[in-house]
Design a protein around this ligand. Structure first.
Ligand SMILES: *Cc1c(COP(=O)(O)O)cnc(C)c1O
Length: 370
């Protein structure tokens, strides 16, 4: 983020200055401009900006009236948020194991879990929330087939997916609605919190626009439903307008170039990410897989010793989080996620890495694996 700011300092400073001079901190023109540009880029009719990626999903849970007694299907390998927004509404998240290569929700296991919920008859299946983990869109061909078969809604959690695509269709355009996050470390990040919802549905757009501003009717002081206060600040929108241009012009290509460099360097040394045919990833993370927890932790230590940061996304499966201890699970249903949590490692990944940076990481890993 420092390298990015250095390169775009002039434009970003000017954009912020403009908001300060106009004193249009809430709902300034930059917000509407950004929403229009985002909707156009993603290829949907409406973009509704909001306070963050978690609230974006919560607003949809509200608009769809997800409540106690409802089942919402969520991958077991994701950030806490994806399940949190479900439990926050009193509904039940049903966690689903993921595919070992794409890290995304496993459609076979998803369908089995839906059948199981139906057979038990305790919960009503309502929504699937596929996550585009690490920048790679989920398997929407299969997920859409399943959603149609069981009459379920799809909420694409594109917090990490913005910029990716599947069969030429951009991430954040799948399902009945999609959400993204502008948390600084996401593919398109701002300088604080921010989020957005994407949909083609006019009625849903109107409902969300009301919920996010205190359930407003004709205006903010006419309140027709109980809502929340969830807006994107004008300053963040102004910053995002500069960063969106950089993202489109070169950043997405740059991370894909770095992916190729890493994959070439690490081939035969560790299990590298593979992007399946028809997909483009926005590489929110570049995540390798090791053989064991000991090997993974050893590699992370070796990198740290040489001043190279790396992260473990995610160290704990959703079903083992204490916050979800009220739910009943069989740990054996999450064989893949359990193993991934012990063996994944995310290496430095952003558009401003140089070839030399990548070579240095590769050489440390090469040495440590010998
Ligand atoms: C970051 C993230 C979120 C939440 O976004 P915030 O803007 O931090 O609220 C949700 N889902 C996934 C998969 C994420 O990575």
């Amino acid at each position: 983020m420092k390298a990015q700011y250095k390169r775009y300092k002039g434009e970003i400073d000017t954009a912020i200055q403009e908001v300060l001079l106009e004193a249009s901190f809430i709902g300034g023109k930059q917000v509407g401009i950004l929403e229009k540009r985002l909707a156009e880029y993603v290829g949907v009719k409406h973009c509704i900006s909001c306070a963050n990626g978690t609230e974006a999903m919560t607003l949809l849970m509200m608009a769809w009236d997800i409540k106690e007694g409802d089942a919402v299907f969520v991958p077991d390998f994701t950030f806490f948020s994806t399940g949190e927004v479900v439990a926050f509404r009193g509904a039940s998240p049903v966690f689903i194991d993921v595919d070992k290569d794409t890290f995304n929700i496993d459609p076979l296991k998803l369908e089995k879990a839906i059948e199981k919920v139906l057979a038990e008859g305790r919960l009503v299946p309502r929504v699937i929330i596929p996550v585009d983990l690490f920048g790679l869109p989920a398997d929407y061909s299969e997920i859409e087939r399943i959603a149609n078969k069981y009459d379920l809604l799809i909420l694409e959690d594109g917090a990490q997916g913005f910029g990716g695509s599947f069969k030429g269709k951009k991430a954040c355009s799948f399902g009945h609605a999609a959400t993204t996050s502008f948390f600084p470390a996401k593919p398109l990040g701002c300088y604080g919190d921010g989020g957005a919802i994407f949909t083609d549905d006019d009625d849903l757009c109107a409902l969300l626009s009301s919920y996010k501003v205190h359930g407003k009717g004709s205006n903010k002081y006419d309140n027709v439903r109980i809502g929340v206060n969830s807006r994107l600040d004008t300053i963040q929108a102004a910053i995002l307008n500069v960063k969106l241009t950089a993202f489109i012009e070169h950043e997405l290509d740059d991370v894909n170039r770095i992916y190729e460099l890493y994959n070439r360097g690490l081939d035969g040394i560790v299990a590298t990410p593979k992007i399946p045919e028809g997909y483009i990833s926005s590489f929110a993370q570049y995540t390798i897989k090791l053989e064991s927890k000991e090997q993974r932790d050893g590699l992370q230590a070796a990198l740290k010793e040489r001043g190279i940061p790396s992260m473990i996304y995610y160290i704990k499966p959703m079903h083992r989080q204490e916050g979800f201890s009220m739910l009943d699970y069989n740990d054996k249903d999450f064989e893949v996620t359990n193993k991934l949590c012990d063996t994944v490692l995310s290496l430095p990944m952003h558009p401003y890495l140089t070839e030399g940076d990548v070579e240095r990481v590769v050489s440390v890993l090469e040495g440590a694996m010998r």
